[in-house]
Design a binder for this molecule. Sequence first.
Ligand SMILES: O=C(O)CCC(=O)C(=O)O
Ligand SMILES: [Fe+2]
Length: 183
Amino acid sequence: MLSLHAVPDAFTTSECELIIARISEAPTDEALLVGRNKDHNLRKAELVWTDNVVGMEWVMERLIEIVRRSNRDRFEFDLCEFAESPQVAIYKSSNSGHFAWHSDIGGGHTSGKRKLTLVLQLSGADTYEGGNLEIMPGAQILTANRAQGCISVFPSFTLHQVTPVISGIRYSMTVWAHGPAFR
Ligand SMILES: O=C(O)CCC(=O)C(=O)O
Ligand SMILES: [Fe+2]
């Protein structure tokens, strides 16, 4: 079934820690998030677009290879580009960081072409509580593997949410693969 594809150990724990360290030096963009989405009931997180962070090219190369393999083995979608920068989200327990149920396919020119969503768990599973990525491909809710370095891949139209972080901080990286409309 086309639902949730897991790629364990896509990145090593030290690679994840390196990415977190780099991202932590970059300015976050909560203001823009607020501008784009004023509804804090929907999402509360800080964002860093990795295209704005130097030394992230190797991360993108790895992600592209994982999308290619996941799509070949599991989805066989018609994909043609990565039209948006990967983004790192920082969900903090201090403000109940979360992202309510949503689909990633938006109304915009680019977000409307999202076909596959990849989420990389950057934080160690034991470093935060709550903050589960849940996916609802049908009547049942699946919880994504929390292991550090694990990637979850699912069709961008699938409903998913991140439950509130109740202790610690959760870092995740999201990237979308784009293509022509489903038909
Ligand atoms: O942080 C996550 O696990 C998911 C993020 C997400 O759903 C998104 O960026 O659209
Ligand atoms: Fe999403």
